[in-house]
Design a protein around this ligand. Structure first.
Ligand code: ATP
Length: 290
């Protein structure tokens, strides 16, 4: 095989709780991860000179050793003793540093791609194990679908697929550093209200989506909305435009909202785009994927 093209799907969190901050600084989480149909595209091509050469189609993302695609290629090359080089072309569609795990998705796609390109025969489990070295969300992105993620995000339990419904994904043009959000959470001080992820798990098992959406919660929202009021404004606008539920994904600032009908999601997207109070990097309609 000379080259391979892959899709790297982004995710949202239907529920996100942080249980505690560990002594080593990591946070123990309990999250419902859901793949959505927004994806980056990655092409990998063999080169004979042994070098890794990455090209990215956007100016605001480094294409050097700091890029997770580069790291994934290097990790596989080193682990499996591959002498050939790889040219990689990454086309970004998932908003960057937005709470949709775009970097982890690209990383997972690069791992899967290397496995195929060089016919390494690594199992999904082995790819997840390697992925964990590069980021807690990478194992989820290797598998995708609907999953419960625990530990620091790497302990995965598959859940029944969540289907149907349309999503408006809205990434406002603001930067919310993940570090800021976790540093200001102070979860061990007991001052935060925790979402009930267990009820959501029950709802998914029963296929009761009203129950699922009525219990949606993201503990990180309590930190971000204090400083970035626009996140709440977007949520309220989407609710007033007919969404069944709206919430921030991950550490934000992306907000997603759920609609029964595609035309209602499209109308809400258009109304938001026409609202001069807001400015978005990404504003689109999508669906869940498995
Ligand atoms: P998460 O939801 O896992 O917290 P995120 O959506 O907030 O992730 P990402 O888009 O994954 O954030 O990017 C986080 C950081 O990782 C960025 O600041 C970026 O510099 C770095 N990064 C490295 N490689 C990539 C990549 N291929 N795509 C996006 N970001 C990357």
């Amino acid at each position: 095989m000379e080259n391979i093209k892959l899709k790297a799907y982004g995710k949202i969190n239907l529920g996100l709780d942080v249980l505690r901050r560990r002594e080593d600084g990591y946070h123990e989480v309990k999250m419902i991860m859901q793949t959505v149909n927004i994806y980056d595209e990655l092409e990998l091509r063999r080169r004979k000179d042994g070098l890794i050469d990455l090209k990215v189609n956007v100016p605001n993302l480094e294409a050097d050793e700091s890029n997770l695609v580069y790291k994934a290629i290097k990790l596989i090359k080193d682990t499996c003793g591959i002498e050939d080089g790889v040219a990689a072309y990454l086309t970004k569609n998932i908003p960057i540093a937005a709470g949709m795990a775009g970097g982890s998705a690209d990383c997972a796609a690069a791992l899967r791609g290397m496995n195929e390109l060089f016919q390494l025969g690594l199992s999904t489990e082995e790819l997840c194990k390697l992925g964990k070295k590069l980021g807690a969300d990478v194992p989820f992105c290797v598998v995708g679908g609907t999953m419960l993620a625990e530990g620091i995000g790497e302990i995965l339990t598959p859940l029944k697929s969540v289907k149907g419904d349309y999503l408006v994904i809205a990434k406002p043009s603001i930067d919310v550093p993940t570090k800021y959000v976790y540093e200001n959470l102070h979860v061990n001080e007991g001052n935060r209200i925790h979402p009930n992820v267990d009820i959501q798990l029950e709802a998914i098992e029963e296929g009761d989506y009203n129950k699922l959406y009525n219990n949606m919660g993201n503990i990180l929202e309590s930190v971000t909305v204090e400083k970035y009021g626009v996140i709440n404004d977007i949520k309220e606008s989407l609710m007033s435009l007919g969404a069944k539920a709206a919430m921030m994904s991950g550490s934000g600032p992306t907000v997603f909202a759920i609609f029964d009908k595609e035309e209602d999601a499209i109308a809400a997207r258009e109304a938001l785009a026409a609202n001069n109070n807001f400015s978005f990097d990404t504003l689109c309609v999508t669906t869940y994927t498995e």
